[in-house]
Structure formats: structure tokens, C-alpha cells
Design a protein around this ligand. Structure first.
Ligand SMILES: [Zn+2]
Length: 80
């Protein structure tokens, strides 16, 4: 089982909802701990893999940063 998760915004990709849902980091840790415990008892239990990827918020916020327009903003501060 692969879980797609964005640590920065604490959001998880939901296959059932086909979208990003808010998901606290403690819950991810709890699920990981549970999966590890399960595998300790039953080695055939499915492994849980948390893939750290960017969410829709990451994609939305990285756009303005990629634009070169904002780079010159700090250079206009030398006026008396
Ligand atoms: Zn994100």
C-alpha cells in the first residue's frame, strides 16, 4: 500500500475522493506504527509506504516563485 502524502501541508491523496484531504502528521505516524506492528506479528501483512510528494497547494504556490517578476522587487529600496 502506497500512501501519497505532503508533509509541508499535512495533506494526503485520497483515491476514493480523487483529491487531496487534510491529514495531520500524527495520524500518518500512527498508521505507520500500526503497520509496522502488524508486520511484526504477521510478516505477510501489506507493507505501508508513505511517499512524500507535493500536493495541489505546493503546485499552486510554486508557480509565482517560478516567475522571474518578483526577483527585482527588493532592488527598488535604495531611494532616499
Ligand atoms: Zn503541499
Amino acid at each position: 500500500m502506497v500512501l501519497r502524502y505532503c508533509r509541508r501541508h499535512e495533506r494526503r491523496w485520497s483515491f476514493t475522493q480523487q483529491g487531496w484531504v487534510a491529514f495531520p502528521a500524527e495520524k500518518i505516524q500512527a498508521i505507520q506504527a500500526y503497520a509496522a506492528r502488524l508486520r511484526a506479528i504477521d510478516p505477510e501483512a501489506p507493507a505501508l509506504l508513505v511517499r512524500d510528494i507535493g500536493c495541489d497547494v505546493c503546485a499552486a504556490t510554486s508557480w509565482p516563485l517560478a516567475q522571474p517578476h518578483g526577483a527585482t522587487n527588493g532592488r527598488h529600496r535604495r531611494e532616499p
